[in-house]
Design a protein around this ligand. Structure first.
Ligand code: ADP
Ligand code: ZN
Length: 653
């Protein structure tokens, strides 16, 4: 075990070795210095000092030999008469030889003895003519100093060293803010007395608003509910994709009810030390109780509310936090008027205990906005923006299918910035459309130089997608934009498909035509250039994924029928899923998927072969313009002049 460790450490850890050497040398120096001090002290002491047994000392006193005695409780230091005489004689002879010899400088030999408990010694000394005896006056302050030096200083040094060590370790471990910070609730709880947000600021989401209306009413006059004996709701779960306005809605509830708004994010609870999250929850509810009625908003509740039985061993910290949250939810008095709103985009991972009646038993879905919702959102966000005459928000709403509220807010702001950049006084339609592209596809990648051949390949690839899509839908415009200008996030070119409006069900035929559309790009490469490019990799991934879902999840294949082979793990974020079938079945599933892809590939190619003239015409126009709209493409297919197409009301600039 140890050897292993050593070997691991030998991986060139020179720093460690240096440190060890440094510490060793310090210790060595300390030892040497201490020894030297001891020697020095004992040398000074033993200078002309003899240790004598107490009995001898007593004997000498009685024999009148002792001249002076200095007494302390631990030792008597004394001189003898004969020594004093000798010293005096020596002094005199020295002074005769040298008149400047200092007075009294000849040392007298001293003796020490350890005193016994002897009461008779003082009368005895008086009797036998000891010249001087007594103790030195002891300065009190020296006692204090020696006490400080010997007792307090080491403690202070130790404490300082410990603090230093802790600091050092904590900074190594990612900073826990000193030892004093443990267990203290420094959670980022944001409290707003007045949010200033009302339902008028939240566009669309009428169903969610309706569900929340009751909560507001309850905050206004709880008596109405308690009179009848109704139990008041404690919490509601807002479920929806990121950016759909869950936080905004929660703030609006607080604003409408005119109560304070506490907000905290689930990830703030997850701390290094077990127990911190739980104490934060406790503090949060304590603070809230002080100002009730109020709203507590917990964002990303899935980070703490994850199902406990999901994982072996589990995460102690999260579990404690969750338990505390459950305890607080059960504990607070609902008549006081604390409402807990929590947001998540993964309700399926939440612990069942959280969703029990009396806790987050209400679930409010916050959907991606539909056409009307997007229009309303655009209207809300352009309230304070100066718009040019040509702006038609309805057309922008049409062009932005699939966007969430946050995207639209971002889009409007980008458009305003663009207008300023171009030195205009108002935002026009083209600003809005361009910033849509910016929000969806990222900025245009400047400086990417494509060869003519590459451009042609990309153009045909993109038109391949668009044409397969258009021809399958009886000439309904399927795409809003085709471009061969490279964008930061997108591939070298891209085709912006219009997601179908308010379509909740996909038929088997819809799915097949989507797969054909995805394969249309590759088909065009094969048909026109007799080649394959790596640009189709994303298309192929998505087509395969769809085909797999079609078989395993939607039960649409002939082979397996309505047998489910997967479970959805996360419906709202990335729709990941896990297989629940035997390995042999999985192999058959793959075979089934391959068949679907093959047949769709052939059919897509067939569509392009039939419409080769249209393919060439649109591709040529795209090569010339680099970016064309769906309307322009449809005009070409109908045989009209693409220049007359209505491009969502924008005049390209
Ligand atoms: P979530 O909490 O669902 O991730 P947010 O509430 O933080 O989303 O929304 C981010 C921003 O997007 C809001 O501040 C707001 O500007 C805008 N937004 C989102 N949905 C809407 C909506 N329905 N109406 C108006 N603005 C919205
Ligand atoms: Zn493609």
């Amino acid at each position: 075990m140890n050897q292993n460790n050593n070997q691991n450490n030998q991986g060139g850890n020179k720093n460690n070795r240096k440190n060890t050497l440094g510490i060793l040398s310090i210790v060595l120096w300390a030892v040497i210095l201490t020894a030297a001090m001891q020697l020095l002290v004992s040398a000074l002491r033993s200078d002309k000092t003899d240790e004598i047994p107490y009995s001898t000392f007593r004997q000498w006193v009685m024999e009148d030999k002792v001249a002076t005695v200095k007494m302390t409780s631990s030792q008597f230091t004394f001189t003898l008469v004969e020594d004093e005489k000798a010293a005096q004689e020596a002094q005199e002879t020295a002074q005769q030889k040298n008149p400047f010899f200092p007075v009294g400088k000849t040392p007298v030999k001293q003796y020490v003895t350890a005193p016994l408990n002897d009461d008779d010694i003082i009368p005895l000394m008086e009797e036998h003519g000891v010249k001087e005896f007594g103790t030195d006056l002891v300065d009190q302050s020296t006692y204090v100093w020696s006490f400080i030096l010997s007792q307090i200083l080491p403690i202070v040094l130790m404490v300082a060293a410990m603090i230093f060590l802790f600091r050092f370790m904590s900074s190594k471990m990612g900073g826990m803010g000193g030892v004093g910070g443990v267990g203290k609730a420094n959670a980022k709880v944001y409290m707003e007395k007045k949010t200033g947000v009302t339902f008028a600021d939240v566009a669309g989401q009428d169903e969610a608003k309706e569900s929340l209306e009751e909560i507001i009413d309850f905050l206004h006059n709880p008596g109405k509910y308690t009179e009848i004996g109704a139990k008041l709701p404690k919490g509601a779960l807002l479920v929806g994709s990121p950016g759909t306005g869950k936080t905004l809605l929660a703030k609006a509830v607080a604003g409408e009810a005119n109560v304070p708004f506490f907000s905290i994010s689930g990830s703030d609870f997850v701390e290094m030390f077990v127990g911190v999250g739980a104490s934060r929850v406790r503090d949060l509810f304590k603070e809230a109780a002080k100002v009730a009625p109020c709203i507590i908003f917990i964002d990303e509740i899935d980070t703490i509310g994850k199902s406990r039985d999901n994982r072996m061993g589990g995460n102690d910290e999260r579990e404690q936090t969750l338990n505390q949250l459950l305890a607080e939810l059960d504990g607070f008095d609902p008549t006081k008027g604390i409402i807990v709103l929590a947001a998540t985009n993964r309700p399926e991972v939440l612990d069942k205990a959280l969703l029990r009646p009396g806790r987050f038993d209400r679930r409010i879905t916050v959907d991606r906005p539909n056409l009307a919702g997007r229009l309303a959102t655009l209207q809300v966000h352009t309230r304070n923006i100066r718009l040019a005459e040509d702006v038609d928000l309805k057309k922008i709403a049409q062009a932005t299918a699939g966007c969430v509220g946050a995207d639209l807010a971002n889009l409007v702001n980008e458009a305003a910035l663009r207008a300023v950049r171009h030195g205009r006084k108002a935002v026009n339609q083209q600003d809005l459309l361009s910033s849509f592209e910016l929000v969806i596809a990222g900025a245009e990648k400047k400086g990417t130089v494509l060869t003519e051949k590459e451009k042609r390949l990309i153009a045909y690839h993109e038109v391949g997608h668009a044409l397969v899509a258009a021809k399958q839908k009886d000439d309904v415009m399927p795409v809003s934009k085709i471009t061969i200008v490279p964008h930061v996030q997108g591939a070298l070119g891209y085709t912006l498909h219009l997601p179908e409006e308010e379509k909740f069900l996909m038929t088997k035929e819809d799915l097949y035509s989507e797969i054909r559309t995805l394969l249309g790009g590759r088909c065009a490469e094969e048909l026109v250039f007799d080649t394959k490019t790596s640009g189709a990799s994303n298309d192929i991934e998505r087509a395969t994924e769809l085909a797999r879902k079609l078989v395993a999840m939607f039960g649409m294949s002939d082979k397996f029928g309505a047998m489910g082979l997967t479970t959805v793990q996360n419906q709202y974020l990335d729709a990941s899923y896990g297989l629940t079938c035997a390995q042999a079945t999985a192999a058959q599933l793959d075979e089934e998927v391959r068949k679907i892809i093959d047949s769709c590939h052939k059919e897509a190619r067939g569509i392009l072969e039939e419409n080769r003239a249209d393919l060439d015409a649109v591709a040529a126009y795209l090569l010339e313009k680099e970016t064309i709209t769906g309307q322009e493409m449809m005009a070409i297919l109908k045989g009209d002049d693409p220049a007359t197409a209505d491009n969502y009301g924008a005049n390209p600039s």
